[in-house]
Design a binder for this molecule. Sequence first.
Ligand code: PLP
Length: 401
Amino acid sequence: MSDQQKPPSRDTLSVWGGEDKKDFWERSTQVPVVHSVSFGYADMDEWLDVALGEEPGHIYGRNTNPTVAVFEEKLRQLEGAESVTSFSTGMAAISNTLFTLLSPGDRVVSVKDTYGGTNKMFTEFLPRLQIEAALIDTTDHDAIEAEVAKGCKVLYLETPTNPTLKVLDLKRLATAGKSVCATVVVDNTFATPINCNPLELGADLVLHSATKFLGGHADALGGVVCGSEELVHRIYHYREITGATLDPMSAYLLLRGMKTLHLRIRQQNESALKIARYLEAHPFVKSVFYPGLESNEGHEIAKRQMRGFGGVLSFTLQGGYESVKALLPCLHYAHRAANLGAVETIAGPPATTSHVECTPEERAAMGIPESLIRYSVGIEDTDDLIADLEQALAAAKSPVR
Ligand SMILES: *Cc1c(COP(=O)(O)O)cnc(C)c1O
């Protein structure tokens, strides 16, 4: 056998990435939660070297923390990035990244279907700083390319989108972004590093709401950005000053969740595809949005750039919003909540979940039906979930009066 080992797979990195256990305190097998605001030094030269970033070490908790550093390193390895930094939430990762990269007079090109909070950044907060955001129809790659060709500082992408699971061709759009020297940013929350790695497809920065699939247990908020040393350092510097720092306890919970990331995603990919096929064949279901379906507009692109199609799908019913209201309470195995990516199945309409920040008119303009149900598949038995949908669809079809 050759002594040249193949690089570890992402399954192995989910478990071992960043966990250099020999460095853990008192030989603990699990990463210690370092609840300390500051780190002391007796030697002034060493203190200064660490403070100036010339030697590794920690100074103050707003900047860095040992538990948080392990979380960051696991993500860096999973996304195959040069560098990484973390945040208190996904929106902190997104807003800090945009504020780092953009100045008054700059232009950002993005799509209409970004996450609700991101959309608010583009329509409310960036315009206040004279930063223009051109939001293009998510399904029209030619129109996105044409808008990028006019010049922009940032091309901001998200795929698959929330909540209608539209797919963007990352290789094609990253090429367009590069041709005008834009920084290409991708929100990879829905795909996760198990299903897709945007940096390999030409993106400059990949970010996540770690709150969702990465943590996977709906018990901790967090965000992360990966990319080149140069870009990430600028974003880290902005964050260390603005202070949207990830808490060590949250970092610990996210790390614990990530050890099963690959197993959860595999199960969720498989279940979501089966459930999407089941719903597509159900007479009371009007339309199903899931890139794994051959009938889906984004299927061919998704097949090229994703290893699995993800754990979130959405669907509309024949009866409109009234039948959504009838169906949701009938589901036994769906937490009715504004979240996704957890071990439990979670269901809800966009009006109270992804796009709660938007008005009905804004949602309509984004092409999000009010009668949509977003269904984030958990790790329950697939047949149990389908049986649950079956009885709820039957009940919603003929409500008891
Ligand atoms: C939830 C979510 C966010 C925001 O993340 P928070 O951790 O809630 O701030 C951003 N992008 C996508 C795609 C999301 O689903």
